[in-house]
Design a protein around this ligand. Structure first.
Ligand code: AMP
Ligand code: GLY
Length: 435
């Protein structure tokens, strides 16, 4: 934050209330260019950052967000989650002359519809798995019967990271198809399903800052999508991450820049929807080379909780440069340290929500030099309680990945709440094992 005696700094509105948004707010609060950060709706963690104020407005309440941004004359709106992007928040802000970090609704369709994304990738010759989309379960089941191997079944629309079923058998795939298309398991998001060729290999999250023309690839992070140790159990939004990934060296990143990001950004610009914000390519490193599993149109969660702690440059300057097309003018530096974050989720996640329960030990983890980012927390009579879903992420930054993993796991051991779930193998399955 800029000192009171300095020139007044910027006022920023961050939209969202998860661990990703806490990490963004935490990084902006350290920026010498920023005076005040408003967060809509935020969480108890964002409220505790210096110079930050939570506003009781939901992340998809587009009209109220616009009113707030106008009334507070904010200098920049940073959109954390995908839903407001797909709903056109950035387009609406532009109509009011308010700068925003995040893509337009047209560009955010890359995440908003998996079949749209697949068509985009295929018509631009960007490496990805083969897939077919269906709205009728009878036709989908006929297609399934002809496949040699069970496909990955994906609800087309936004499903909070839970709309993907990696079927082990044809029967599992058939059940998923019926649940999505006939039983409305994901509501409107499941009006269409994609049956996608299953790819094999380690996964890396490639995030790039983009300003409509230029891009800066961040070092790669690795997420752990499955709920349980050993990559078992259902897919989740992500149970922990580490950064940088030892399996994604500079050559691999440059190759992904050349074959994936550059042609995608050029095609988006040519289609009249230049991409500004973070473009996040979920990549699988297959025996046939890196392939795109999906595009996300925003920072990853929990990747952000390991990426931003290692960013040495001023996040605000970078986000403004993405918004105004001047990314080439900004130097972006990364620490040589490593970071690990471990998600603590509430009982029942990702299937059901549980009643609020008190959380203890957050202060002890902080005293052990971990940063605790809040996600699904709330306050009850001044005490921090769970509010369902992913509750907290515990990040440790240390000189090596091994040390960061040990410190993050030690930090998690200091925090407790009834029903808490976390994975004991985050960043502990070594790169060799994951390959
Ligand atoms: P998505 O939401 O598309 O990223 O999918 C969630 C997770 O499902 C990915 O991170 C992968 O672990 C897995 N997945 C998605 N598509 C495929 C695929 N074609 N082959 C293998 N695993 C996949
Ligand atoms: N961690 C995966 C995601 O943000 O989609």
């Amino acid at each position: 934050m800029s000192e009171a005696t300095d020139m007044p700094g910027a006022k920023v509105l961050v939209v969202g209330g998860g661990g990703r948004e806490h990490a963004i707010v935490w990084a902006l609060a350290k920026s010498p260019s920023v005076t005040e950060v408003l967060v809509a709706p935020g969480n108890p963690g964002t409220a505790s950052e210096p110079g930050c104020r939570n506003m009781a407005i939901g992340a998809t309440d587009i009209t109220s967000l616009i009113d707030l941004a106008v009334a507070e004359s904010v200098d920049l709106v940073v959109v954390g989650p995908e839903d407001p992007l797909v709903l056109g928040l950035v387009d609406r802000l532009a109509e009011h002359g308010i700068a925003a970090f995040g893509p337009s609704a047209a560009a955010a369709q890359l995440e908003g519809s998996k079949s749209h994304c697949k068509d985009f990738l295929l018509r631009n010759d960007i490496p990805t798995g083969r897939a077919q989309s269906f709205t009728d379960s009878v036709i989908a089941l006929e297609y399934l019967a002809d496949l040699a191997a069970p496909p990955v079944v994906k609800a087309d629309g936004l499903a909070a990271g839970k709309g993907v079923i990696v079927a082990e058998t044809h029967e599992e795939a058939a059940i998923a198809i019926r649940e999505i298309l006939d039983e409305g398991r994901f509501g409107e998001a499941g009006a269409e399903v994609l049956l996608e060729e299953r790819l094999h290999g380690p996964e890396v999250s490639i995030l790039a800052f983009c300003d409509g023309r230029s891009f800066h690839i961040m070092p790669a992070a690795q997420d752990h999508k499955r709920l349980l140790v050993g990559d078992e159990g259902p897919n989740t939004g992500g149970m922990g991450a580490f950064f940088p990934s030892p399996i994604a060296d500079a050559e691999l990143l440059a190759g992904i820049g050349r074959t994936v990001l550059a042609p995608s950004l050029a095609a988006l610009a040519a289609e009249g929807r230049p991409y500004r914000g973070v473009l996040y390519a979920g990549m699988m490193l297959t025996a046939d080379g890196p392939k795109v599993i999906e595009y996300n149109c925003r920072f990853g969660d929990p990747e952000t909780e390991v990426v931003l702690p290692l960013l040495e440059s001023d996040l605000y300057e970078i986000l403004v440069a993405c918004a105004d097309g001047s990314l080439d003018d900004v130097d972006i530096h990364w620490s040589a340290d490593a970071a690990v974050t471990i998600v603590m989720a509430s009982g029942g996640y990702p299937v059901s929500s549980s009643e609020p329960v008190p959380i203890s030990g957050i202060g002890s983890a902080a005293a052990a030099d971990c940063t605790v980012f809040h996600a699904g927390t709330a306050t009850d009579d001044g005490a921090i309680v769970t509010a369902g879903g992913r509750v907290l992420t515990v990040t440790a930054v240390r000189p090596t990945l091994t040390e960061a993993a040990t410190a993050a796991h030690d930090g998690v051991a200091l925090i407790s709440f009834d029903g808490a779930q976390h994975r004991a193998d985050i960043a502990r399955a070594t790169a060799e094992v994951r390959v």
